[in-house]
Design a binder for this molecule. Structure first.
Ligand code: SF4
Length: 495
């Protein structure tokens, strides 16, 4: 008897057959779903519900994933009974099982299939996803007139009244592309069925581990790498070079031979600094960069949300909205002052935040940031708040990128060529750590804030969230202060 392969497992098999094998045989090895991924799933459910309003009056097949037989029987009964719009109908053919999002009767006796995605654009994997569904549906004797992917329209600007599904969503017809892929479905199913009968496929880690989705078994499959200096930490390492290293049983940067070919200059430099165990510092370059700083330096960091469904009038799906910032002001004598803002209301935070930010940043002094994110947020605020645009543009003109300075002029064995603050901070400033924080990354900060803004969090959780957000964002800019101090020390150190 053929093993039932759901549409999501079919997609998993296309990404990596080992992932499909593990999902079916060793699901306990998957990384547990964390709160940010769960939020994404929940957001997708809300989007799916709204998309049903595009085709109102439908009947939902309510049996859940634990009862596929019941869902198949209910679907068959609804089709026989003359239903014309079905939500979540179930189909199975040749081992392929799917729950379609929306199926609508066309006027020629065929049906239109709508697969709902909470993304803001059509992706290649959506087509193969729709194709395997179409294969199961048509194989069940239900002919399709069209195959479509419904995704969010990120040019839809919400006007504050209930969402207009016709404007909120874009319907992308993918009939031709899906039909072009459908002949490959039975061969892929047969391959998966055979593979699942055997031992776990030997699959090296590679680009498939994060594309098109981060694999559920990422942590499991990467656990063989050493915690310190794994070869995957080399900057922009091509898959072909990674595989050459793994084939040579080299998993640590420290074990890469000096004559190993194919590394870029940045990668070779990272290998050199790791093997030497000694930081490389371009003190003259650092001194030059620091000479370009205008004191006092305002270290700036934003926290943002980007909800799939707009929360405020005038915004669109996935628009990034800052709700918090931290500023540490550092003068040339080493004096430091902390300023911060966290929006605790329910309205659009941008005007209040930008007004306060302009006051906190004063009119002169470099505005230090780490990566381009702060520049992007400031530019977006200038567009959203035209009356404040000249003042915001003046802040943008003061920006000074601390990440570039660290990346260009220093190399540390512990960060091994990586410039993310997550790696650079413990290398240069081990006294400064995110460990033990209730919120320790930007994605969690965003989800926790969204829980408050959407009313999911109760008053107690909201209060705890605000405290944790202040601590986290404040540490982000304190980390920049410490890094700048360290860069000053290195620039001044005798050669
Ligand atoms: S982590 Fe990579 S190699 Fe492992 S199952 Fe997932 S995609 Fe395959």
């Amino acid at each position: 008897m053929k093993r039932r392969i759901s549409k999501s497992r079919f997609q998993k098999g296309l990404q990596c057959e080992k992932a499909l094998w593990l999902a079916i045989n060793r699901s306990e090895l998957a990384t547990p779903v964390g709160e940010t991924l769960q939020w994404t799933f929940d957001q997708g459910t809300s989007v799916g519900r709204l998309a049903q309003e595009l085709f109102g009056g439908g009947v939902e097949v309510t049996e859940d994933f634990r009862n596929p037989e019941g869902a198949l029987a209910t679907t068959a009964s609804l089709l026989t009974g003359g239903a014309t719009v079905l939500y979540e109908p179930a189909f199975e053919h040749n081992g392929a099982f799917c729950r379609a999002d929306i199926l609508v009767a066309a006027d020629d006796g065929r049906w239109d299939l709508y697969e709902v995605k909470s993304t803001a654009s059509l992706k290649a994997q959506h087509v193969t996803d729709a194709a395997v569904q179409a294969y199961a549906i048509e194989g069940s004797g239900v002919p399709l007139r069209s195959i479509n992917v419904v995704h969010l329209n990120n040019t839809y600007v919400w006007d504050g009244v209930p969402y207009d599904p016709q404007a909120l969503f874009t319907i992308a017809e993918v009939t031709d592309d899906a039909r072009a892929f459908m002949p490959q479905v039975p061969a892929a199913l047969a391959r998966f069925q055979t593979m699942l009968e055997g031992r776990m496929p030997a699959m090296r880690i590679g680009s498939q581990c994060t594309s098109p989705y981060t694999c559920d078994f990422y942590e499991h499959c990467h656990a063989f790498l050493p915690a310190e200096h794994p070869v995957t930490a080399l900057p922009r390492l091509p898959e072909v070079v990674l595989h050459r290293l793994l084939d040579a049983r080299i998993t640590s940067i420290a074990d890469i031979p000096d004559d190993f070919g194919g590394l870029s200059a940045a990668q070779a430099e990272a290998v050199s600094v790791v093997k030497s165990g000694v930081p490389h510092v371009d003190a003259a370059g650092l001194a030059r960069e620091l000479g370009g700083v205008t004191w006092p330096v305002y270290h700036l960091d934003f926290e943002t949300v980007a909800p799939a469904l707009p929360l405020w009038p005038g915004t669109h799906p996935y628009q990034t909205i800052p709700f918090q910032y931290s500023v540490h002001v550092q003068d040339s004598n080493g004096r430091i002052e902390h300023r911060e803002y966290l929006y605790e209301g329910a309205d659009d935070p941008r005007r209040a935040l930008a007004t306060r930010l302009l006051a906190d940043l004063g009119e002169s002094g470099s505005v230090a940031h780490y990566t381009a994110y702060e520049r992007t947020q400031l530019a977006a605020l200038a567009v959203a708040l035209p009356d404040l645009a000249p003042a915001i543009e003046a802040v943008i003109a003061r920006l000074w990128d601390l990440e570039r300075v660290v990346r260009v002029h220093t190399r540390h064995p512990l960060s091994a060529g990586r410039s993310s603050i997550k790696y650079v901070l413990p290398a240069w400033c081990p006294d400064c750590s995110y460990e033990g924080l209730e919120i320790a990354d930007g994605q969690t900060a965003s989800v926790r804030c969204l829980r408050v803004l959407t009313g999911v969090a109760d008053a107690g959780e909201a209060e705890a969230t605000y405290a944790a957000l202040r601590e986290y964002c404040g540490l982000d800019t304190w980390a920049m202060v410490r890094l700048l101090q360290e860069m000053q020390r290195l620039a001044d150190a005798p050669a």
